[in-house]
Ligand binder design. Structure first.
Ligand code: NAP
Length: 456
């Protein structure tokens, strides 16, 4: 059926808004606006769908929209900033699942005419199904529901076998027209199991890369199904998400210094007990920490996941402003995987009003730690662990880290002796130049502010 021009035009307009929205998301300054613009794009695309002549099942569509939209609205209101990665993972999964469901419906209707449409429907179904179950596992791991990394004996061989089997079944689905229901069901079951089996062994610090890989998968699957449905909004949105997800996956893998093949086939595990760490942790009080920074020429702040948990970003910015007024040069060093989602720290610091010209990436700032009088580590752990440089047995070995240990003095604000996300002990905390300021990051930053103010 040829759709009316106003429907096609509205879908195309929606797709353009997605692109403008994505452009906005490339900087923390315009990210909020970008999300809103992309949201309007989605609204336009959905509204146009209702204008398709002869559209059936209106009540069912409205019910699905109410359930999906209502659930998303409620969860978005309630989600804590620290739980965002799980939310992103599960929404990714929903996108992949939706793409696979579109293909399933088209197969059931026998509506995939022509080799190209059937091939794309099948590919979209495969990728979407893998992304669906894989993202559900990622959600369960990040939510703490699944604590163990399950690894099968001969895991890689099982992965390859399942991948080949799903491809074989997919080829059979493409080759046999009309499709056989049993074959289509077997194809979907194997694809869903493949997503589970590939993702279950992946754990710890590799999870961000996996989430962004599934993001790319979901985009591709949606794009393919858009072609099958003849919907330009789905095609363009899918391609945009697929391309952005692929770029993000590459960036994250580079940040972890882990080729994607290693992430999927050689999950991070400690290959031994790790190097013994010598030395002791030495405590410091808030007043001494304040004095060290007040009389420093240069301070570099390294925020991490703990700053997000404590919502300490506003206090940290207040502290920075006081130090700058006292003539101290202050910079922020951001590790690409600090926190629990890409750009986590940038978003928090932007929300607190920290100007972008004070925020530096790992490559930009690492050489400067040697000239810093103080490196203030706030709720960060793995991203400043020097074992990543030296300890070949460590599961984070090879990950580039922020060289906070090279500063003259290091002050670490954290609540106790908890390890970071990777569960690895941090050699930095035991070095001679490091002092621990124990406490929740927000009240601790508040105490430092009080002492700085009293120092004038
Ligand atoms: P981290 O290694 O997880 O360490 C965070 C530290 O913050 C903990 O050692 C904890 O110690 C402390 N902390 C927690 N709550 C606190 C509070 N209220 N006040 C003060 N300190 C608090 O964090 P990171 O250095 O930012 O590294 C991120 C890790 O997460 C990496 O391993 C990365 O691979 C992984 N990851 C990243 C992403 C991403 O996309 N960015 C996604 C998933 C996983 P105490 O318990 O002693 O306070």
């Amino acid at each position: 059926m040829t759709l009316p021009l106003y429907v096609q035009g509205a879908w195309f307009g929606g797709a353009l808004l997605f692109i403008v929205g994505l452009k906005g998301m490339s900087s923390p300054a315009s990210a909020r606006r970008g999300i809103v613009v992309a949201g309007y794009g989605m609204l336009l695309a959905i509204a146009a769908t209702f204008l398709i002549p002869g559209l059936q099942n209106l009540a069912l569509i409205a019910l699905a929209l109410a359930i999906g939209g209502g659930g998303a609205w409620l969860s978005a209101q309630k989600v804590k900033m620290t739980d965002m990665p799980q939310m992103v993972a599960i929404y990714n999964g929903m996108g992949g699942g939706a793409a696979a469901a579109i293909a399933a419906v088209e197969f059931a209707k026998g509506d995939t005419h022509g080799l190209v449409a059937t091939t794309l429907a099948t590919l979209g179904a495969l990728i979407g199904a893998v992304s669906f179950t894989g993202s559900c596992v990622a959600w369960a791991k990040l939510q703490g529901v699944l604590k163990k990394a399950w690894r099968l004996p001969a895991q890689n061989a099982v992965n390859v076998l399942l991948a080949l089997l799903s491809l074989g079944l997919g080829l059979a689905v493409i080759g046999l027209a009309p499709q056989q229901p049993e074959l289509v069901i077997a194809f979907f079951v194997v694809a869903l199991v493949l997503g589970l089996v590939v993702t279950l062994p992946i754990g710890g610090a590799d999870m961000p890369v996996v989430i962004s890989l599934f993001n790319a998968f979901t985009g591709l699957a949606v794009g393919f199904e858009g072609y099958v449905l003849g919907n330009p909004a789905l095609i363009i949105a899918g391609i945009v998400v697929g391309a952005a997800g692929t770029l993000l996956t590459q960036l994250m893998a580079k940040a972890m210094n882990r080729p994607l093949s290693n992430i999927l086939f050689t999950p991070m595990v400690a290959s031994g007990p790790g190097e013994a760490i010598s030395g002791t942790m030495k405590e410091v009080g808030a007043i001494d920490a304040a004095a060290m920074m007040r009389y420093a020429a240069k301070v570099i702040i390294v925020p991490g996941y703990g700053m997000a948990v404590a919502h300490a970003q506003h206090k940290v910015w207040e502290m920075t402003s006081i130090l700058e007024e006292a003539g101290v040069e202050v910079k922020f060093a951001i590790h690409p995987v600090a926190g629990r989602m890409p750009g986590h720290m940038n978003v928090l610091l932007a929300e607190a009003g920290v100007p972008y010209d004070k925020i530096f990436d790992l490559e930009e700032i690492n050489a400067e730690f040697g000239q810093a009088d103080v490196a203030l580590v706030i709720g960060a752990n793995d991203v400043v662990n020097p074992s990543a440089r030296t300890d070949k047995a460590s599961p984070i070995y090879g990950m580039p880290i922020l060289d906070a240990d090279k500063a003259q003095n290091v002050i670490v604000i954290k609540r106790g002796k908890g390890t970071g996300y990777s569960g690895v002990e941090n050699a930095l905390f035991y070095t001679d130049n490091c002092r621990m300021l124990y406490g929740d990051a927000q009240p601790m930053a508040g105490e430092i502010i009080q002492h700085l103010k009293s120092m004038g």
